[in-house]
Design a protein around this ligand. Structure first.
Ligand code: BTN
Length: 254
């Protein structure tokens, strides 16, 4: 029988500022594939420098990768997205989807976010962390109060789920996929990623960290996990560290 284990060490805390921050800073004294699970974060980090508020029942964790080759860094977020979606799909028939590169969507709304970060140690080794926050229990009012109308939780969509069961499903997906990801990169999971990805075919806004936002249409996912877009009369491949995209029918910056 296949071994579903991927995490080497499980740490649980009631509260931490950010599970990503903690694992990155403590990487030098923790084993590869340590997972840190927190009930609350006081300074959760989101993509593009934003804060991430943890809903009270969320599954909030980060995984430490101490032996990731640097050339696999750019596609780790996509692998994590796929593992998150597969973990959810294993427990319910809610058909989770991915907004490129790795937002977890349930019934068209954002139910989870993923942030991968890395840092080089003084000895030149690279540590990466992959943090996921998956909303499990908050109701529509909780998101409305925070002006997040495009966010949701699994329970709010009618899919109650235990955090530990979901974590086990995500761990199983990492265990199944990680070795071939190390060998072959994005190619090892591209077909499944494309099946889960909702962004292709959609009109999008492209946000690149400046105040400008460009309009385009997502055409496909490239061989290296980039988003192939038509922008005006040109085609461009966007990479996840550089930009963020929004479906054009959604105005809010969720
Ligand atoms: C996003 O903006 O969509 C990404 C959100 C990522 C949140 C998770 S929660 C666990 C981990 N620790 C953090 O500080 N952030 C990530």
């Amino acid at each position: 029988m296949a071994d579903n284990r991927f995490f080497s060490t499980l740490l649980r805390v009631e509260e931490v500022d950010s599970t990503n921050r903690y694992l990155l800073e403590e990487a030098h004294r923790l084993p590869d594939r340590t997972v840190l699970i927190a009930r609350r974060q006081t300074k959760g980090r989101g993509r593009r420098g934003r804060e991430w508020e943890t809903e009270p029942g969320a599954l909030t964790f980060s995984v430490l990768f101490r032996a990731l080759p640097p050339h696999r860094l750019t596609t780790l977020p996509l692998l994590a997205g796929l593992c998150g979606a597969e973990g959810i799909a294993r427990l319910t028939d809610c058909s989770p989807r991915l907004k490129w590169p790795n937002d977890l969507l349930v019934m068209g709304k954002k139910a989870g976010g993923i942030l991968c970060e890395s840092r080089s140690g003084t000895d030149g080794t690279l540590s990466a962390v992959c943090g996921m926050g998956i909303n499990l229990t908050a109701d529509a009012e909780w998101f409305a109060d925070r002006k997040l109308p495009q966010a949701t939780s699994l329970l709010a969509e009618g899919y109650p789920m235990e955090g530990d069961a979901l974590l086990a499903g995500i761990e199983e997906a990492f265990a199944r996929r990680y070795e071939s990801f190390l060998q072959e990169g994005f190619a090892s999971f591209a077909p499944e990623y494309r099946t889960f990805c909702d962004t292709v075919g959609q009109p999008i806004f492209i946000l690149d960290g400046t105040s400008s936002r460009r309009e385009g249409t997502a055409l496909g996912i490239s061989e290296d996990g980039g988003l192939i877009c038509r922008i005006g009369d040109r085609e461009e491949v966007l990479h996840s560290g550089e930009v963020s995209v929004r479906p054009r029918d959604i105005c809010s910056d969720f």
